[in-house]
Design a protein around this ligand. Sequence first.
Ligand SMILES: [Zn+2]
Length: 148
Amino acid sequence: MTLEEISSRLDGVRRMRAGFTARCPAHDDRSPSLSITERDGKILLHCFSGCSISAITEAIGVSVKDLFVDAAIDPRDRAQHRAQQERQRRERELRREADGYTIDACKTAQHFIESRRNLDITLWSDGQLNDELNALAVAYALIESEGL
Ligand SMILES: [Zn+2]
């Protein structure tokens, strides 16, 4: 699925600089506490009230595997999509280098993210995918909270 398809299933959607926020469908959410972003071909759902990815996907009627965007992209567009993601990643790196400061926790998060690139996830269970996406969302949230 794409970011837009996921967002169309949610209420209170607001477009942000990176992705969307919406009301979390997995708990009684009055303010938008769900963040929806796409990184490296994965849709990352993060509920700031702590709902799990599987609770959220269940509530909107999709499977955890649907959060892997590549499957939804026409193979002919995939290379272009990858190239765009790679360009964005490089831009983030350059910005980070220009900032000239590093934080150990962020480095660790970055290493974690790097180590998860291009893994073959086709044989993973929904539980593994769920854990993996949770960890990635936390790693990205950490990096973003440091403004890197
Ligand atoms: Zn929630």
